[in-house]
Every structure is written in C-alpha cells, then in structure tokens.
Design a protein around this ligand. Structure first.
Ligand code: PEP
Ligand code: MN
Length: 362
C-alpha cells in the first residue's frame, strides 16, 4: 500500500484512512442469509464498506426488482453485528426517506437516475439538511455535463461529501464491455471537478467477472480513488448480474494483484533527470506540431481563396476521402492506430473547413 498518496475521503467519516476506498457487496440483497454471509466474508477480507441494492432498476419488467424495504433491515444487521458501513442505491424520494430512516450510511444514485434531471432535483431536495455521503454514477449516456449537473444538484442541497462513480456507458454497438468505459469522460469530469473523489465500478463496465482485474488496474492507473465491486457469496446463483459478481475470496485475490502507482510525480524521489529530459523532448515536439499545423492552415486558407474566386464548394468529398485513406496508410507504417489517425485528421479537416468558410463569407 502506498502511504504517500493523499486520502481523498479524509473527512468523510469512513473507518479506514487508506486510499483507495473499496466498496463491495452483492448487486442485490436477496435474503438475510445471503446478505450476512457475504458481509461476514468481506469483513474477513478487510472490507469495511458494504454495498447492496434494495430497489433494483431493471431494464425490462419481470426481472428481479429487488426485495424492497425489508432488505434495509438486513443492512441494519450488517451494521450492528459486523460494524461495517452500508451503502445502497436510491432512485426516488421514498427510497431516500426509507434509507435514511433505517440508518444507511452512504447512498448512491444509479445511472438511469442521474440521467434524469427531474429525479435528481427531487432527490436533492429530499436530502437537504442531511449529512450523508452521496455517490453519483455517470448517466447511461456519455454526457459529462449531465453527470456534472447531477453532482451540482446534490451539492446544491448542501451535501458536503459528494463522489462520482464511473460505471461505463451503454451503447448500441456490441463491444467486449457491457458498458463502454469511454475513459475520456471520467477524465474530463476530473479536470472540471478536481475536488470530487471518483471511484470505478468495474463490475458494471465489464459485465463479466474476468474483466474486473484489468478494468480496476486501468482505473488505478488513471488515478481513481477507489472501486465498487459486486461481490456475492454464491455469484452463479445471484438473482441479478450473476455473470459479473465474484466471491469475497476472489475479490481479495483481485485487490491483492492490483498495482497502486504514485499518484503524483512529485511523490517520487526522482534520482536522475531522465524523466525531465523526456518531457523536454515532448514539449519540443508539441511545439513543432503546432508550427506545422499553423503552416498547414495557411495553405488551406490559400486554397479557400482559390475556391472562392473560382466558385468551387469548400467540401470536396473525393479529395477528403483520398487524404484520409493516405493518412491511415502512412499511419499504419508508423505504428499509429487507425482510430487515432481518423480522429486526428477529422479534427484537422474540420478546422480547415472552418477557415475556408470564414474566407468564403468575407
Ligand atoms: C448497481 O450498482 O447495481 C446498478 C444498478 O448500477 P447502475 O446504476 O450502474 O446500472
Ligand atoms: Mn448490478
């Protein structure tokens, strides 16, 4: 464990003063026995924060929709008998009141709810004046502003301890993930709200237990502050999300294999200057890239002038296709991925079009 790292949950009232924070427990509470059995094993593995869904938002009706309020009594038992802190999902005002009444320590707001500003505002209003940590999952669609809006509504209700959970984004395209991680979205959230601790939910991103290790490591390498991992005493028999749940023992194995790196280069006592030298080189190349782009846009403007004088449209599809094909071909020989080359050249092309449009309109 790396003790140099700052602990982002310092004032949150959590038992453990370590980073990363680990929250574990079943997707859903199913029975008192399943809850207690899972929690007891997790406690043996050193886990102090227990999660469990009580009300389950399911994509289609007639799936298991959670046990409802009775599950809160089981969470109370986890608190009382095992001294763990307990977390559950709330999706409406009734859930908030019941969870608070039954002494739930931490609440989270699910991906379907955070996508809905009306629901978020109602939940925020119900939380006014309450002191409880609230985690907000990203909305199902990859919209950083919508996620930030949900966080702001909860902050606006005076909640001090607000965190974010990255659980991936649903997509029509089938990928190897259940919910595509699109890491650039949580990275953007971190840039725009650096004060918000962020944990990762590799269970719902992967949808498969064999992906949890790799997604968790990626999250750590991107500076996440913790993980929430679905854990069940008998995963294959789980009533929801069976494929992605792991046993407490497996969880322990996953956690012990994770490498926690230094969060900040300043934390490492750099003995030699090799990193600084490499960074200097990067800075030089970045400047060269910008100089070249400036030159390229100047030529593009000359072409714009030519098009205007000769009454030719700005967009020449055949020419654009040829440029993109050539770039991909050259990119391949330089070990640059097609995705990268396409994104880069689309951005350059768009900027060219913008410049030529300005000239046309002059
Ligand atoms: C869950 O955590 O069990 C859950 C329903 O997650 P999400 O809101 O991310 O789908
Ligand atoms: Mn689940």
């Amino acid at each position: 464990m790396n003790h140099i790292l700052k602990h982002p949950f310092k004032d949150w009232g959590f038992d453990k003063d370590t980073r990363p924070l680990i929250i574990a427990g079943p997707c859903s509470a199913e029975s008192e026995e399943q809850v207690m059995n899972t929690a007891r094993q997790l406690k043996e593995q050193g886990i102090t924060v227990f999660r469990s869904g009580i009300w389950k938002p399911r994509t289609r009706p007639n799936s298991f929709e959670g046990v409802g309020s009775v599950g809160l009594d089981w969470l109370q038992l986890v608190k009382k008998e095992l001294g763990m802190q307990v977390a559950t999902e709330v999706a409406n005002v009734k859930h908030v009141y019941e969870a608070l009444r039954k002494g739930v320590d931490i609440i989270w707001i699910g991906a379907r709810t955070s996508a809905n500003p009306f629901a978020m505002q109602e939940i925020a209003d119900a939380l006014r004046g309450v002191e409880i940590p609230v985690f907000i999952k990203n909305p199902v669609n990859p919209d950083t502003d919508l996620w930030i809006g949900a966080i702001e509504r909860i902050q606006g209700a005076g909640i001090k301890h607000v965190g974010a959970i990255h659980r991936g984004f649903s997509s029509f395209n089938k990928t190897r993930f259940r919910n595509i991680p699109m890491w650039q979205i949580p990275i953007e959230l971190r840039q725009r709200m650096p004060e918000i601790p962020m944990i990762c939910d590799p269970s719902h991103i992967g949808g498969r237990r064999d992906l949890i290790q790799e997604i968790s490591q990626k999250a750590y390498d991107l500076n996440f502050d913790g993980l929430i991992i679905e854990t069940h005493c008998n995963p294959d028999k789980a009533l929801s999300d069976a494929k992605q749940q792991v046993t407490p023992e497996k969880l322990n194995e996953i956690l012990s294999k994770l490498v926690i790196r230094h969060r900040d280069i300043k934390d490492v006592d750099i003995q030699d200057t090799s990193l600084n030298e490499l960074r200097q080189q990067i800075d030089n190349f970045d400047k060269e890239l910008l100089d070249i782009l400036e030159e390229r846009m100047r030529i593009s403007e000359q072409i714009g002038l030519y098009k205007k004088e000769n009454n030719i449209t700005i967009l020449q599809p055949d020419r654009w296709t040829a440029i993109l094909d050539k770039a991909q071909e050259l990119g391949e020989t330089r070990n640059l991925s097609t995705d990268f080359i396409v994104a880069l050249f689309k951005a350059i092309h768009q900027e060219s079009i913008n410049k030529q449009t300005q000239i046309m309109n002059q």
